[in-house]
Every structure is written in structure tokens, then in C-alpha cells.
Design a protein around this ligand. Structure first.
Ligand code: ADP
Length: 393
């Protein structure tokens, strides 16, 4: 329940004039006063509301205040509701109420002194609010604890996968080195060297990405921004991923904005972002697929889109894949030794630029489109103070 929701208070009296009087005395914006003219009506209201306090008239025809209180104490749901009995005279308070041990009980005599009623009621209302706040904090803590457990589990899983992923290339490098050292297969030396180079490159990339993520998390990465050409950055990213796109026999379509665009950004990091998305498009698309890279710009900023017609991403994973070490379960066969770091790194680099990244996909087998939005940055105004993104040439 919201901690600022109105607090329900139950008023029970068989006489409507008395109920109105009680209501007038307790009226406050933060309270909901629930009125009942009999014990039965009161029990019905108690079934639907978690009340902070019940004000019970003792003398009522049928079920009287004490009987109602005993029923309340007998039920788990209403056992701990604090009760103030409104008594008509001394004979009332002499009657025994069995049930003191279960919760707070107080008495107030008629004629009611307004300030006495309010201060007695306020004690219970304040207690209720504090309890509600504690319950809300407990719920928040439970959510954080669950998130921490999940993060811990993801890290454990990551360590296991990392160890496994490192063991294979390290073993292959060792046997390659061994073969070269012994000159067992001189005619294959070139091929072995090539394989070793690719594995080393893969390992170096993994380590670099991991270091990047942790450096960014610790706030140790700052952008080297300058005035750069969007076209140059995109071409450099294509260059960086060309090998993987060609190796899988994909076609690549590039659509640049009609007029060239300058922007204030970190050239290397932006190229890294786009190359990462292009490499993923190449990895997660079956051979002979179609990959698209397009960009557009207006006063609000730049939008870069990388699309593919590959394996797609199920709806429930679309937000999660930007979390570190998160991979779609049945994509592992395509991951080529990836560990679910790339998109986390991309998202962090995009947000260092003040931008955002999102993905859309029709689902399994329906391809994916990643969209990076970079806002206009401070200092992105050209020398004559014209529009921040200005046509080149
Ligand atoms: P990696 O590719 O190393 O597993 P990433 O962080 O780059 O790590 O990607 C996380 C996950 O997102 C991938 O494992 C894959 O399941 C999914 N993914 C990323 N890009 C695509 C894409 N273009 N098409 C389908 N799934 C993708």
C-alpha cells in the first residue's frame, strides 16, 4: 500500500447523530472515516479495510461494543486493530473486556472532550503510519536483496563461463606454440600462426572489453570529444566489422544523411559503438543475411540504426540484453565466444555521450534493429553559432 494513502479509521455507533459528531471531531484530509451503525456492519467494513483504529460505542442494541471487540480479537485479520471504547458511564468500564492481551485498548467517556479524543486517536494513527512506512521499506529492501542475489548469481555464472571460454583458446594457443616450436609441421606453420593470431585477437578483445566496462563503472573513462564527421565514423565502423560481415556472406547496405553531418563526440568510442552493433548483426544472422546501417540528423540530434534479418530477440529479453553478461539462452551457438559484455559496454559508452540505445525486434527469427540516439552536446555549435549539426562542405 502507498505510504501516503489516506488512513482508514472505523467509527461504530448505533446512533447516526453520534457518528456525525465523531466524524466532525476527527475529520482530516489524510483520514478516511468508515462509519457503521451496528456490529455486523462494522465487521463487514473490517473485512474490506485494514483500519488504523476502531472507535466502538459500548452500548449498542444487539451486538454491543465489547462483543464486537471480542470477535475482532478472535480473528487473525483484526486481532491487532487498536480499539477505543466510547463509554456512557462508569458501569460500562467496570464490565470486563476479555481480550486486552491481543492489542491496544483505551476508553473515552461521554460527553467526549474533543482534544482528548483527538490526542488518543492520533497516537494510534501515527503508529499505523509508522508501521506502514516500515512495511514499505521492508518491501523495498526485499526487492533490492533479490536484485543483489540475481547480480551475484549472474557474476558467478559469468566467472564459470569466462573460465571455460578462456581455457579453450589458451589450450589451442599452447598446442599451436608447441607445434611451431618443434617444427613438426613446417608446411602448416603459416596456417597455425594465422589461427593463433585470431585467437589472441579474440582474447585481447575480451580483456579490453572487460577492462572498459569496469573502468566506465568506476568513472575512469572520459571521452576525448572533438568535432567529427558522422560519415567518417560510420565508415570507420564498417571498416572494423567488414571482415565478419564478408566472412558470413552478408550484404551490407549503408545509408548516410543527404547532407554531411558534423558532431561533437569521441571518434574512437563512437566507431567502437557502431562496429560492435555491426559485428553483432553479423554474428546473430545466418549466413547470407542482410545488414543495414543508416543515420539521420536533425536539431534534436543524431540517430544511428543498425538492422539485420537474423535470429531476432524475444520481447522479454529486449531490455535485458543491455545488462552485462546477459545473453539470449538459445543464441549461445552464435555468440562466437562472446560473453554478453559488448552491449553493456555499448550502452555505457552511449550514455557517456548523453545518448540512449534501444532495440526492436519482431521476435525469434524476425531480425533486430538497434537505434542509438545522440543528443546535441554542449559546445556542438559551430563557429558562427548556427545549428548545432551543420552540413559539411
Ligand atoms: P555477446 O554477443 O558477446 O553474447 P552482447 O552483449 O554483444 O554479447 O550481446 C548480448 C546478447 O544480445 C547476445 O548474446 C545475443 O543473445 C543478443 N544480441 C545482440 N545483438 C543481437 C542481434 N543483432 N540479433 C539478435 N540477438 C542479439
Amino acid at each position: 500500500m502507498a505510504t501516503n494513502a489516506p488512513v482508514p479509521v472505523l467509527l461504530v455507533d448505533d446512533l447516526s447523530a453520534n457518528l456525525l459528531a465523531l466524524e466532525g471531531l476527527l475529520q482530516r484530509d489524510d483520514l478516511v472515516l468508515l462509519k457503521a451503525q451496528s456490529g455486523e456492519e462494522a465487521l463487514e467494513l473490517l473485512l474490506q479495510n485494514d483500519v488504523a483504529l476502531a472507535l466502538l460505542d459500548v452500548q449498542m442494541p444487539g451486538m454491543d461494543g465489547f462483543e464486537l471487540a471480542e470477535i475482532m480479537r478472535g480473528s487473525e485479520r483484526t486481532r491487532h486493530v487498536p480499539i477505543i471504547f466510547v463509554t456512557a458511564g462508569s458501569s460500562d468500564s467496570q464490565r470486563q473486556f476479555r481480550g486486552y492481551e491481543a492489542g491496544a485498548v483505551d476508553f473515552i467517556a461521554k460527553p467526549i472532550e474533543p482534544h482528548v479524543l483527538r490526542s488518543k486517536a492520533n497516537v494510534f494513527i501515527d503508529l499505523y503510519c509508522q508501521r506502514r512506512q516500515i512495511a514499505a521499506q521492508r518491501d523495498e529492501l526485499a526487492v533490492s536483496a533479490a536484485a543483489l542475489r540475481e547480480a551475484d548469481r549472474a557474476k558467478d555464472q559469468f566467472l564459470a563461463v569466462l573460465a571455460h571460454e578462456l581455457r579453450n583458446p589458451v589450450a589451442a594457443l599452447m598446442s599451436g606454440l608447441d607445434l611451431l616450436n618443434r617444427q613438426r609441421a613446417p608446411d602448416q606453420a603459416e596456417m597455425i600462426r594465422g589461427q593463433m593470431e585470431r585467437m589472441l585477437f579474440h582474447l585481447a578483445r575480451l580483456v579490453e572489453d572487460l577492462l572498459d566496462v569496469s573502468r566506465i563503472s568506476e568513472g575512469k573513462v572520459s571521452l576525448k570529444t572533438g568535432r567529427i564527421s558522422l560519415e567518417d565514423v560510420l565508415l570507420s565502423a564498417v571498416e572494423g566489422s567488414r571482415h565478419n560481415i564478408d566472412a558470413a556472406g552478408h550484404s551490407l547496405t549503408v545509408e548516410m544523411p543527404e547532407t554531411p553531418v558534423w558532431l561533437e563526440a569521441d571518434y574512437t568510442r563512437l566507431a567502437q559503438i557502431v562496429a560492435n552493433l555491426l559485428n553483432n548483426a553479423a554474428k546473430y544472422t545466418p549466413a547470407g543475411g542482410e545488414i543495414g546501417l543508416s543515420a539521420s540528423a536533425d536539431e534534436a540530434g543524431v540517430e544511428i540504426r543498425v538492422s539485420d534479418n537474423g535470429v531476432g530477440i524475444p520481447a522479454d529479453m529486449q531490455a535485458r540484453i543491455f545488462e552485462i553478461f546477459t545473453q539470449v539462452e538459445n543464441h549461445r551457438a552464435h555468440a562466437q565466444g562472446g560473453l554478453g559484455i559488448g552491449l553493456a559496454l555499448v550502452r555505457r559508452l552511449v550514455s557517456l555521450h548523453g545518448g540512449s540505445i534501444s532495440v526492436t525486434s519482431g521476435g525469434q527469427g524476425k531480425g533486430s534493429t538497434f537505434t542509438v540516439r545522440l543528443p546535441v552536446m554542449q559546445g556542438q555549435v559551430d563557429e558562427i553559432g548556427a545549428a548545432p549539426l551543420v552540413p559539411k562542405g
